[in-house]
Design a protein around this ligand. Sequence first.
Ligand code: ADP
Length: 220
Amino acid sequence: MAQILIFLGPPGAGKGTQARVVARELGIPHISTGDILRAAASKKTSLGLAAKAKMDKGQLVPDDLMCPIVEDRLCQPDCKEGAILDGFPRTLAQAECLTAMLSRVGLDEPLVLNIHVEPESVIKRLTGRRTCQTCGEIYNVYLNPPLRDGICDQDGGQLVQRADDNEEAIRIRLQAYDHDTLPLIDYYQSKGHLRQVDGNEEPEAITAKLLSFVKTHDYL
Ligand code: ADP
């Protein structure tokens, strides 16, 4: 049965870190809209350049650009058994368009996993975040440093800081989260699709909790 999982939570909740592990465990693709936009930006496509202007300031990319990107990706054959959506939907309009596209593509309603963390703790997580340029592994210089400064433990790739992980962009991203994304919690709660996970626990405990929700979910 195809499982579409949505990882919800504020910037810095650990969605990307957890999505990578859970996707590997379940053998389904991890679709990060942030990663798709950053890849487009580095290739300097017209979408990428438009997105970069918004992203670097911490603002959301318009819904009419985002929805077709996700629909195209969900139509790929590797999504037949399901997928993890990380960073989408981020607005109520995106959630509505996801519901419509899932029924068009013939996939079930999603299971939504909300990773809850206090806003105060995300600043340190985001300002300390470094990502491997080659394999995408995520570190934190305060909380989960690599063995060697600036170098990925997995493949020796260079660790870089995202352009939007500075205090001003983080402040705007958190505002966008409160204003645009928080309403999705009630939206999915009222459909009975929401599960809550405490994002302050150890990463392994969070992974175990997420997997237990997925494995006990009743797809009717
Ligand atoms: P984070 O969750 O840490 O803020 P992401 O990597 O998910 O980071 O997203 C980075 C940026 O990409 C966002 O701040 C936004 O500009 C853009 N973005 C990603 N997904 C979406 C989306 N679904 N709708 C609008 N903008 C998006």
